[in-house]
Write a protein that binds this ligand. Structure first.
Ligand SMILES: NC(=O)c1ccc[n+]([C@@H]2O[C@H](COP(=O)([O-])OP(=O)(O)OC[C@H]3O[C@@H](n4cnc5c(N)ncnc54)[C@H](O)[C@@H]3O)[C@@H](O)[C@H]2O)c1
Length: 458
């Protein structure tokens, strides 16, 4: 039974940069279906900043009640919450997901669903025990060009798939950002194999309709970190950029005071938790990798060669599917080069360069069937964040058929027509993408292949 049949009441946990995507949706286009009824974070300042933005967008709307992390259960009870959006630091996701499910709520969680196998187990067990819905916000599934890949493969256009070759490049702005923030500590993020590649491993699982079996990987810290920085003369003597003369002119430094959003959300919030969002990418304490090579064998028999680089001159990805009747190739250039001076007032654009027109690149999806000329496949252009995936995912999460529509206990989408592309990702999908990254991390440590089911039997 839905907890609130009239208008579902939703809480957002973790009010950082990404949360704005959800708070804007819930106070804007989806406000008539779902009520943003509470915020929860360890940092009261950041919640106040979000309330300020909401008030600016919706004059006269009363502030959303804000709760400290310790008051999570009280918030669920007092605010009669039916849906929890989990959007905080990755290592904290599992705790909120499980507690929300235990309290009878459904959950939308940001990716990665969690950061290790025991945490994933807890979520899967809680989901089964409570019958609540868990949806993982894999927005890349909703990018129209990724949908076109799925349709083309499912139509059998290249026959049976033997292998996938997938390279993802993060540029010097976006890639570097993971080394300035909490992500640089593997205990927080699981490293980029978990935090970032969870999107990519999920896409492959979804595109191929299969599951990972064996993973072998090599990875390390090649470019960022203190040792590499010193060796190449890129290191500068500062811990965090703000107030450090040594950071002046450093193209790898982010300047919180220059961006109204970053200043409000992080610099002005430091007094409460001491969190510095502008750490030196060539400073000590980096425990994640920046260059990762992965080889996966799937239950279908297909293989994947995957590479993630976090220090590239441009951002985007190339994927090739080799099939028994041809090959499908995708090239996406999200940026063609990295400006050293990019400035913008939107936190996401600071990382992605979305406001900088001359960096924009192209998207090409090419079908090369045996004995035929290559054919370009046109996909709808993707407006908005993540190639248009963000706005489409919101409609699926909070629109007529998403968990926000009610239907607690159904374990699937709400009432209405199912999505032919099967884009809604649940806790099992979250765990299946996670396990590839966890196995890669294990393989980095041991130098040996890892069986996915030895880490997590899903
Ligand atoms: N799908 C996507 O494309 C996408 C894009 C960006 C971020 N994300 C995800 O969103 C999440 C948040 O990322 P972000 O960039 O907003 O990070 P952020 O650092 O800006 O925000 C994290 C927030 O979590 C809060 N927090 C920390 N510990 C907490 C705790 N114990 N309880 C409650 N709140 C706590 C922090 O105070 C902060 O407000 C991450 O899981 C990230 O992977 C997803």
């Amino acid at each position: 039974m839905p907890l609130d049949t009239a208008r579902r009441r939703c809480a957002v946990v973790g009010l950082g940069a990404r949360a704005r995507f959800f708070t804007e949706a819930l106070t804007g286009p989806y406000a008539d279906r779902i009520e943003l009824a509470a915020l929860c974070d360890v940092n009261a300042h950041r919640m106040a900043v979000h309330n300020g933005w909401i008030a600016a967008d919706h004059p006269g709307r009363p502030p959303v009640p804000a709760y400290d992390a310790a008051g999570f259960e009280e918030m669920l009870r007092r605010e009669r919450i039916g849906l929890v959006v989990v959007c905080g630091v990755d290592r904290t996701h599992d705790d909120y997901i499980v507690r929300a499910l235990e309290a009878g709520c459904d959950v939308v969680t940001e990716k990665p669903m969690t950061t290790d196998a025991p945490r994933a187990r807890r979520i899967l067990d809680a989901q089964r025990r409570t019958g609540g819905q868990v949806r993982v916000a894999f927005n890349y599934r909703y990018n129209p060009v990724h949908a076109a890949v799925r349709e083309t493969l499912a139509a059998g256009s290249i026959g049976e798939i033997g292998s996938v070759h997938f390279e993802w490049l993060l540029d010097l702005r976006h890639g570097a950002d993971y080394f300035r923030r909490w992500h640089r500590d593997k205990a927080n993020s699981g490293g980029l194999m978990v935090h970032k590649a969870t999107h990519h491993f999920d896409l492959v699982n979804w595109w191929l309709g299969t599951t990972p079996e064996t993973v072998f990987a090599q990875g390390g810290l090649f470019f960022y970190g203190d040792e590499a920085g010193r060796r190449r003369g890129l290191a500068r003597d500062y811990t965090r950029a703000h107030g450090s003369p040594a950071a002046d002119g450093d193209p790898f430094a982010v300047r919180l005071a220059d961006s109204a959003v970053l200043k409000a959300l992080y610099l002005d919030a430091e007094a409460e938790d001491g969190y510095h969002r502008d750490q030196n990418v060539f400073g000590p304490g980096v425990s994640i990798e920046d260059d990762m090579a992965v080889l996966v064998r799937y239950a279908s028999g297909a293989t994947l060669t995957y590479h993630l680089t976090a220090y590239a001159p441009w951002e985007g990805y190339r994927i090739a599917f080799n099939g028994s009747e041809g090959r499908l190739e995708l090239l996406v250039e999200e940026s063609t080069w990295t400006r050293p001076d990019a400035r913008t007032d939107r936190a996401s654009a600071v990382m992605h360069g979305a406001a900088v027109g001359d960096e924009a690149g192209r998207t090409e999806l090419t079908l090369r069937r045996f004995w035929e000329r290559p054919r370009e496949i046109k996909a709808a252009s993707g407006e908005g964040g993540h190639g248009g995936g963000d706005i489409r995912m919101l409609a699926d999460l909070f629109g007529e058929h998403g968990p926000g529509a009610g239907g607690h206990g159904t374990g699937g989408p709400g009432p209405g027509a199912p999505d032919a592309l099967g884009r809604a990702a649940d806790a099992t999908d979250g765990a299946r993408s996670l396990v590839t990254g966890l196995a890669a991390n294990r393989s980095f440590e041991t130098g040996l292949p890892v069986r996915a089911r030895d880490l997590l039997d899903i």
